[in-house]
Every structure is written in structure tokens, then in C-alpha cells.
Write a new protein. Structure first.
Length: 459
């Protein structure tokens, strides 16, 4: 979070309204996007871009890099629409009752024969006229997305567009109001499949309520790519997350958060080193230096080795281990959340902020990347360790000195797999069964398989 970096800089704090620093909606106060470029404006001063900020305040390399991590990518463009889980707990007594009611409602739809399949065709948007709109109106009416009026009109009007947006939001799609192929695919999932999905997830919801009710706890829902930090059933921190690819899935985990690592090293897992890193080094010998990666021997005291002295084409990859220096270029970003578990997965920051703008975010090697990592870290230390607060976290990162904050009271964390939940019988949220755990069909995300050379070696 950019506000976390700004709030502990004496140079920045002079003359800045306090609410502008602490607000999570910084665009309303002092940060705004214009043509994709993030800028800052302090009261009584001209607006500043990235280069002028660094020049004016004369940051050192690490401090400047820390700032750039948060300035490099613009604030979310809105292409990744958040569900109502920003304020409503994923699992609560209300959710459980709504799930039961929704199951009864979908049972009636299924027994009546379900809904018609909308024919394939061209993309439709507001202003279009097409007989397929008749199918679309009937389909949206059945799930409560549109009111019953002008059901015989083939016009794709404002009512239809708003109904499509509502449907898209409920299914974790970009709410454009356009009948695209991805939206059509979700509309044509049979009612029987949706009923099965609800029944499967009712049990998961009930189990999660038992684990979280009335507690101070962190919940990550993998299929919706969301994190909630809860205290006595109130959402106190919400964040988008990046989860594991279908080939490297994020496991369902119950663990305890014990510490926060500031400016962590990244010890590259051997599987990632063999599968992705060493092939990259063969193609690009300068990759290690650019990414601040060091090579160590696995024998003896683990002495650092000059990578230029290694024959990377020989079958000797397992003889070396790799460690990435701390800093904004680190694959773990500036913060790692320590939560020991048998799967060796954890939550962390990331330099690849742009991934959070996508609606579907299965890009990691299994760990969970958290967009609002500073808000989560602040929440974890608040009320737990009187020696730490957000200002000290920021000052430590700015100093360039790695440090670990031990929590006095461990906080439970649950990585769960919930693909359907209800707020009322006709407002049910569905998400892709990205790991094919609960559905008869394998839904392929439109973003699946997209990756970059840098992404290949990230946790």
C-alpha cells in the first residue's frame, strides 16, 4: 500500500493532511491516475510524477526502489471488480441460512427443467437488437438479475445491460454489461450443475463458520482470489490475492501466523530452480545479476559461488541453491507472512502489482500474493505487539535492514476452497472451479497459461 510507504517518510509528511495518508482510498485525496500514470500532489504544491519525486527528495537506492514498487503500477483500473466480500464475511450464520434457501430455489428451477441455453452468436451490448436477447432476458429473470418487464423485447436496453452487469459481478467476471463469450459460457452452465455446486459448498461454508466464528482470523478464498482479516465476525482488512496456477495449485491450509518478515530473502525452491530458473540462466546469463540472485553450494558451509564459473549446461543443478537479495525486486516483495505448515506455502508481497487488476488471478507457484499486504501487516501487529506499528514497519523497510516481527499471539489462517456462497436465494455468487475439485466440468480461465519469464520463477 502506497500510503504505508508515504506515512513514515518525514520528507513526505510535512504539510500532508493526515487523513490523506491513512485513507485506503487515496485517489480521493492525493493520488490519482491520469492516462495510466500515477501522480502525487501535496497541499499547496504542484503534482509530482515518479522522476520528480525521486529528484526532489533525494532518496537512496533502496528507499527509492521501495517507493517505486508502489508507484510503478497505477491504482486498480477497475477491470478486476471486487465482490461484496469487502465488507461481508464469506462465512456467517446469514450465509448458511441463505445457502439453504438458495438450494431450495435452485432445486425448483432444476425440477422445472432448468433454463434454456442461449444460442451462440456475436457479442451483444447495449443498443444491439437480436432475437437472442429474448433468451437472455428469460435466463436473467430466473436468477433474479432482471425484473419481469418487456420480456418479449429483442432490444438490448439499459435494463438488460444492468442485469448482465449484476450477473457478471455474481460470477467474478468483469462487469462490463456486454454479453461476451466468457459471460455466455457462465450463463449456459446448467441449473443442475449450479445446484450441485451449492450443495457441495454448503458443507464447506458450515465447516468454515466453525473455524472462524467470533475469532480473530485470516481467511483466503482461493477461487475468488480474496482475503479477509476478521475480528469477531467483522471484516477489518480486505484484499485481492493471486493464487496458484492449476498446475501448481494453492493448497487448502489451516495454520497460524507467527511472524512478519520485513525485507525477506527468497530461498528459491529446488523444484522452481530446476524447472524454470536454470533454463532461464542458460538463455540469459545476465538474469541472475539483474534479479539480485546469488548462487551457493549445497555442500559444506554453503559458500557463495560466482555463477560465471558454473557450467549450467551440465547436469549439476541440484548442486546449487539460489537466494534472492531483499528489496522491491525480490519475488516476495517487501513483506512475507510467516505461517509454518507442511505445504511450505505462505502469504507475501509481490513486485508484479499489475496482476491484481485481472478478475481471474491464478498465477503463482502455490503461495498467496496479497495486494494490501501493508494493511494486513498493520492489522496483525495492532493490539498484539506494542513495540510495532505501521510507522515502524515502514521505517524499518526504508532503512534497508531485514527484520522479523514475532507476534505475541499467533493468528489462525485458513486457505479455503469455496466456489459458491449466497446472500439471498436470488443473489448467489459463483466462481470457477479452477482446480476442478467440485464440478463435473472443467472451467478453463481465460487467463490460464498466461505467464512471463519472470513469472515462471516466482513463488
Amino acid at each position: 500500500m502506497l500510503s504505508s510507504i508515504l506515512s513514515f517518510s518525514d520528507s513526505f509528511s510535512q504539510g500532508v493532511n493526515k487523513s490523506a495518508i491513512t485513507s485506503t482510498r487515496l485517489k480521493r485525496h492525493m493520488i490519482f491516475c491520469e492516462t495510466g500514470c500515477l501522480k502525487i500532489q501535496f497541499p499547496g504544491e504542484p503534482e509530482l510524477g515518479r522522476d520528480s519525486i525521486l529528484k526532489k527528495y533525494q532518496f537512496g537506492f533502496l528507499q527509492a526502489a521501495a517507493i517505486l514498487v508502489f508507484l510503478w503500477f497505477p491504482l486498480s483500473s477497475g477491470s478486476a471488480d471486487d465482490s461484496s466480500n469487502t465488507t461481508t464475511p464469506l462465512a456467517s450464520s446469514n450465509t448458511e441460512a441463505a445457502m439453504q434457501a438458495a438450494i431450495g430455489y435452485y432445486e425448483k428451477i432444476a425440477k422445472a427443467g432448468g433454463w434454456e441455453k442461449i444460442p451462440e452468436g456475436n457479442l451483444l451490448r447495449e443498443g444491439s437488437t437480436d432475437k437472442r436477447v429474448l433468451f437472455l432476458r428469460r435466463r436473467l429473470y430466473l436468477t433474479g438479475d432482471i425484473r419481469q418487464r418487456q420480456m418479449n423485447s429483442p432490444s438490448f436496453d439499459r435494463d438488460v445491460s444492468d442485469a448482465v452487469k449484476r450477473f457478471q459481478q455474481r460470477h467474478g467476471l468483469n462487469p462490463t454489461g456486454i454479453l461476451s463469450q466468457s459471460t455466455l459460457r457462465e450463463l449456459n452452465v446448467p441449473a443442475e450443475d449450479r445446484l450441485d455446486q451449492l450443495r457441495t459448498n454448503r458443507l464447506r461454508i458450515t465447516e468454515l463458520i466453525g473455524k472462524t466464528w467470533g475469532k480473530r482470523v485470516v481467511v483466503v478464498n482461493i477461487p475468488s482470489y480474496e482475503l479477509q482479516a476478521l475480528d469477531r465476525n467483522q471484516v477489518q482488512v480486505y484484499s485481492r490475492v493471486v493464487a496458484g496456477k492449476p498446475t501448481t495449485p494453492t493448497p487448502e491450509v489451516t495454520a497460524s501466523i507467527q511472524a512478519i518478515n520485513l525485507l525477506p530473502h527468497w530461498h528459491v525452491p529446488q523444484s522452481i530452480a530446476n524447472r524454470a530458473l536454470i533454463p532461464l540462466i542458460k538463455k540469459d546469463p545476465g538474469y541472475l545479476k539483474r534479479e539480485h540472485l546469488r548462487v551457493y553450494s549445497t555442500s559444506g558451509q554453503g559458500v557463495e559461488i560466482d555463477p560465471r564459473e558454473i557450467n549450467w549446461w551440465a547436469s549439476q543443478g541440484e548442486r546449487y541453491v539460489f537466494r534472492q537479495d531483499p528489496g522491491p525486486q525480490n519475488a516476495l516483495g517487501l513483506i512475507r507472512i510467516d505461517m509454518p505448515n507442511r505445504h511450505i506455502v505462505y502469504m507475501h508481497d509481490t513486485p508484479l502489482k499489475k496482476l491484481f487488476k485481472y478478475t481471474s488471478r491464478p498465477y503463482s507457484a502455490g503461495c498467496v500474493r496479497v495486494e494490501n499486504i501493508f494493511a494486513l501487516a498493520e492489522w496483525l501487529v495492532k493490539g498484539d505487539n506494542k513495540d510495532w506499528d505501521l510507522a515502524r514497519i515502514g521505517a524499518t523497510i526504508k532503512s534497508g535492514k531485514p527484520e522479523t516481527i514475532q507476534l505475541n499471539q499467533a493468528v489462525p489462517v485458513h486457505f479455503v476452497y469455496i466456489t459458491a456462497w449466497a446472500k439471498s436465494p436470488t443473489f448467489v455468487e459463483f466462481r470457477d472451479d479452477i482446480y476442478n475439485k467440485d464440478s463435473r466440468r472443467l472451467v478453463i480461465s481465460s487467463n490460464e497459461g498466461w505467464t512471463t519469464s519472470v513469472e515462471k520463477v516466482m513463488p
